[in-house]
Structure formats: C-alpha cells, structure tokens
Design a protein around this ligand. Sequence first.
Ligand code: NDP
Length: 257
Amino acid sequence: MEAAGAYRFSIFLLFVFAAVVFIVLMFLTAPYGRHARPGWGFSLPEKRGRQIMESPAVIVIAACLFVGWDRGLTPSFVSALLLLFWEVHYIYRTIIFPSRMREGKKQFPALLVLFAIIFNTFNGFVNGYHLFLGHARYDLAWLLDPRFIFGTIVFVAGFATHVNSDRLLRALRAPGETGYSIPHGGMFRYVSSPNYLGEIIQWIGWAILTWSIAGLAFAAFSFANLFPRALANHRWYRRQFPGEYPEERKAIIPFLL
Ligand code: NDP
C-alpha cells in the first residue's frame, strides 16, 4: 500500500479503535494500577512495561521526518517545532515519568503493553505523515495564526496540568510504598483524575494547533481511553475512602461530572 493510502487507512482505524475502546472501557476497566486483577496473563515490571509501550510514539514520528527528508521533502521550521512539542511530551512519558515512579513491585499486563505499542505505532505514523510526508506545509505565518496560538496555549495548559498532577500523586508515596491515599492540591481540588483531564486537554490543543484530522483522531482516542477510566477511578476513591473523600470533587470535568 502506498503511504497516502496507509495514512487514510490508519486514520480510519484510529477512529474505529477510539469508538471500540470507549465502549469496552465503559464496561471493563483496564487491569493495571489500582484496577489490577489476576487472569490477564503474562506481565512485565511496571516501569519497563511503560517504557516499552510508549517508545514507538517517540520513534515513529521522527522516522517519518527522515523518510520525508530522504524523499526530498525538507521539513519546514514550523513542522520541526511541532515535532519538538510532541517529543517533549513523549520523552516525559517514556523516560522521565517511569523513572520517577515510586519503586514498587507492581507488574503491568503484557497484553496492555502490546495494545499500546500498536496504538502508538499507528498514532506516531498518522501524525508523522501529516507533519512530514503529506501535503501539510506549515510556513512561518502559521506561528501567527490564531489556531496555532490558541492551540499552543491549550496544549501547554494540558501538559502543565498532567505533569503537575503526576507530581502530586508521586508525592503521596515514600520510595518503595505501594498504597493509596487521597490526593490534594492543584486540579485535584476539582476532579479525581486531573492527570487524565490534562492529557485530554493537551491533545485537543494539539488537534487545534496542527489543525489536522490526525490530531483530532489522537484527541478522540485520548478521550475514549481516559474518560471511562476517570469515572472508574472516581468510583474507586469513593468506595475506598467512604466519608473521607471530598464530596464536591467530580470525576474528570470540574463542577460537572
Ligand atoms: P494513575 O493516576 O492511575 O497513576 C499514576 C501514578 O500515580 C502511578 O504510579 C500510581 O500508582 C500512582 N497513584 C495514582 N493514584 C494514587 C494515589 N491515590 N495514591 C498514591 N499513588 C497513586 O495514571 P495512569 O497510570 O493511568 O497514567 C499515567 C499517565 O499516563 C497519566 O498522566 C495519563 O494521563 C497518561 N496516560 C495517557 C493515555 C492516553 O491515551 N493518552 C493512556 C493512559 C495513560 P499505581 O500504578 O500503583 O496505581
């Protein structure tokens, strides 16, 4: 299949994948972290699993740049800048976030690692194709376009929200601890899973700042994956800390849900 056909097919698959994942996760919470349970087969040490499953997102999009370059499609300055936005997130998610996790003995199901590898490969490809192989040509004027400016503000706000929420969660445990307590501060004042909220906001920002169907597919998938889990986390906190958990706190949308 030629690259343009593979791109269109992958975009279609991502939207289908998002719809299926949303429906499945509304009924079945992914079995890792607080929702881990036996019966999901082979597993990997959690940190290693997270590093492996996020790596394709770092590599595939950058490979698209080099393939494009090899075909004479010199990347514009703005496309390279957008790649930097992406890589800052994924280097954080692949290297920094796992390396800062409190050392425990938790395992991560290999099946979920496999799903994430498949998703990150497709997603890296469609976003990389859009930036470096397709017809999108971002020239310097894009930096002053309201879509780029607004999208970048949304992207940075989302990134800051989930990184800060990750930090607050990490601070709940001393090294080696594996238990759970009620998080406070930052956007935890309003919702139980501000890390997921920040991540969804960030990729909506990406869809706006790249003004692309590839970005939209990723934002849709992030919502489909994280929204049901945020509802499950919220129910879990209420069950786990009856009478203690802040009444006014919502699951993922401040003041609403
Ligand atoms: P969680 O909030 O479940 O966990 C993050 C870390 O904090 C884990 O180490 C977890 O430990 C620990 N933790 C969570 N709650 C508590 C608590 N109450 N007390 C003490 N420690 C706690 O996030 P995920 O692991 O699901 O996701 C991690 C990041 O990856 C998030 O920022 C998320 O947005 C992002 N992500 C993005 C996806 C996407 O589709 N774009 C998909 C999935 C994740 P433990 O592992 O022991 O539970």
